[in-house]
Structure formats: structure tokens, C-alpha cells
Design a protein around this ligand. Structure first.
Ligand code: PMP
Length: 330
């Protein structure tokens, strides 16, 4: 019989698939790595597992302990999944701008949620950051993964994501592209691919226009999970050869095309990564092999990117109004 002992044992080993339809003007091969096929639905399952393994080994996390992290999304799901396997409690601190759907997912996995007001400065005692620090101090046996500084985040990608890409392309990958949030994915995967290829693989980061990685100051953007207004310790600026900035309108238009034209239902940061990737791919010869990492699935964004009235309310006018069956029946 072929089965896993626990769902958390199924993290990683995600497949590559070739883009076929959104690649106008591209001669090279563009492969996307589908991280939504991880058991918690995102690439963050990888870092959660590695961070918890390391905290157990170092004694920072002991049996019956509590994981406390300010996170509203994918990292929380990954942590909750591994915590469930190993008998830890989870407390996630969320800003009150986070949508109900995301909160419900974390609660469904058994996590406890603490809400904090969005409209207070970071140094206020009520802020997202202050509240999570206080909980860590006050809860007995608390451990804070701190994904923005923890070296085990990038390490998980160095140990798993990078080797998977090298193995699945038979060492033929020439370009690796990923969006940059904490920077763990690009730093860990990129470093592995540079080393194993003796500096042949080119590493391209993609971030939202306005974020620090492409020279901005942190101007607001709507794409979730990527871009920063500070430089986190989990990002190694020596790894990417190049950073490409993409705006929300292009990111969301591509996210919708990926679902309709490729059958790949992913989140907005995936659309963003593909826009940046294709911009570079158009300049490459036919024998290049580009791998683009798509961090999560699209179901968490149905009421936003995939909702026509939400898109129009932000002025994303690309939303096409083609003839529908209902029009034919009229
Ligand atoms: N996209 C989404 C949806 C994410 O949740 C994240 C993680 N914050 C990223 C992209 C970026 O990955 P990383 O933090 O490894 O840079």
C-alpha cells in the first residue's frame, strides 16, 4: 500500500507544467511550478515544516508548546497543519482588514485568532506586532516562528524547492523566476540553483511596483503576499540577478488569463510572477528553459481578483464583457 502517515508528510514535490497559451511572442520553454498542490495549498507549507523541525531540535519548541505568529494567510495554514500533526497549539494575530474567508480557514484548522486594529501605528501597544510580541512573552511555552527573519524559511527552499527544480528539468533550467515577499523563496531556491549550475542559472525576482525590492518605498498595492516596505532578514539581496516590477492591473489580468486559458487557478502573486517572467522570456532564445514558481491557488481570491465588480471598483478595466449564453437566450 502506498500512503502517507500524515498529511504534513506530503509537503513538497510539486509538479511543473508548461505554459501553452499566454506565451505570445515567447520562443523558449516556460514551466510553472504549482505550489498550490502542497497539502495546505501554498509554498508556505515548506517553511512551516522546516521552521518547526528546527525549533524542536533547538529546544525552542517543546511538547505541548504554542506557536504564536502574526500572519493572515498561507504561513498560518502551513504552521497549523504541522502543529496539528505534532500536538502544538497555534495562536495567529491578524489585522482587522483581513477577510472573513482567511480567518475561517485558520479557525477550521483549529487555530486561535486574535484580531488587532489596522489603523494604529506599528509601535502602538495595540498593533499587530506589539500584540504578538506580548503574547509570546505571556504564554508559557510560546514559540514565534518569525518568518521575516528565520533562516529556516530560505533554508527550506534551498533543501527542497531548488533540488526539485534541478531534478525535474534534468539540470536544463536556465532561468528561475519568483515573486518576492519575505524573500525566502527566491533566496533559498535561487542560491541552490546558482550553486548546482556553477552560476549558469539566472535568478529573477518579481515584486509589485512600489515595493522596496525594485527601488520603491512601500507604496500600497493590492497584490497579496509579495512586496515589502522594509528589508527582511529572510531576503538575500546577493541572490537575484535582476528584479522586475509589475503593477496590479497587469498582475490581475494575467491571473485571470491563467485560469481561463491554461486551466491554472492561482493567486495574484502568481499572475504577477508570470507577467515578470514573460517579459524576460520574450528576450530569450528557443533553447532557454524558464521555471516560474506559483505560490498559491486562486480560491482564496474569488471575491477579489475573480470578481468582476471588485475589479471594476478598483478601475481594472480589462474585465471583458463577452457575449454569454444568457445574452443568446434574450
Ligand atoms: N505569494 C504569496 C501568496 C505568498 O503568501 C508569499 C509569501 N509571503 C509569496 C508570494 C512570497 O514568497 P516569499 O515570502 O518566500 O518571498
Amino acid at each position: 500500500m502506498d500512503y502517507a502517515e500524515h498529511i504534513a508528510d506530503l509537503v513538497g514535490d510539486t509538479p511543473l507544467v508548461k505554459l501553452q497559451h499566454v506565451t505570445e511572442g515567447v520562443e523558449c520553454t516556460v514551466l510553472v511550478k504549482l505550489e498550490y498542490l502542497n497539502p495546505g495549498g501554498s509554498s508556505k507549507d515548506r517553511i512551516a515544516k522546516r521552521i518547526i523541525d528546527a525549533a524542536e531540535a533547538s529546544g525552542e519548541l517543546r511538547p505541548g508548546g504554542t506557536i504564536v505568529e502574526p500572519t493572515s494567510g498561507n504561513t498560518g495554514v502551513g504552521l497549523a497543519l504541522v502543529a496539528q500533526q505534532r500536538g502544538y497549539k497555534c495562536v495567529f494575530v491578524l489585522p482587522d482588514k483581513v477577510g472573513e474567508d482567511k480567518i475561517d480557514v485558520l479557525r477550521a484548522y483549529g487555530a486561535e485568532i486574535v484580531m488587532t486594529p489596522t489603523s494604529v501605528p506599528a509601535d502602538s501597544p495595540e498593533s499587530y506586532y506589539s500584540v504578538s510580541d506580548r503574547l509570546v512573552r505571556e504564554i508559557d511555552g510560546a514559540f514565534k516562528p518569525n518568518q521575516y527573519e528565520n533562516p529556516n524559511g530560505p533554508r527550506s527552499h534551498y533543501e527542497t524547492t531548488g533540488p526539485e527544480i534541478w531534478r525535474d528539468t534534468d539540470g536544463r533550467v536556465t532561468h528561475f523566476v519568483a515573486g518576492v515577499g519575505t524573500g525566502g523563496t527566491i533566496s533559498g531556491t535561487g542560491r541552490f540553483l546558482r550553486e548546482v549550475s556553477e552560476e549558469r542559472v539566472r535568478i529573477i525576482g518579481v515584486d509589485p511596483e512600489g515595493s522596496v525590492y525594485s527601488g520603491g518605498t512601500g507604496r500600497p498595492y493590492l497584490v497579496e503576499g509579495v512586496g515589502e516596505d522594509i528589508w527582511p532578514g529572510s531576503y538575500d539581496p546577493a541572490v537575484p540577478h535582476e528584479i522586475v516590477a509589475v503593477d496590479d492591473a497587469e498582475s490581475f489580468a494575467m491571473t485571470r488569463r491563467l485560469a481561463r486559458e491554461e486551466g491554472i487557478l492561482v493567486g495574484g502573486s502568481s499572475g504577477m510572477a508570470v507577467v515578470g517572467a514573460l517579459r524576460v522570456a520574450r528576450t530569450l532564445p528557443a533553447d532557454a528553459v524558464m521555471v516560474v514558481l506559483l505560490p498559491d491557488g486562486g480560491r482564496g481570491y474569488l471575491s477579489k481578483i475573480f470578481n468582476d465588480s471588485w475589479m471594476r471598483s478598483y478601475g481594472f478595466s480589462e474585465v471583458e464583457e463577452g457575449e454569454t449564453v444568457a445574452d443568446v437566450l434574450d
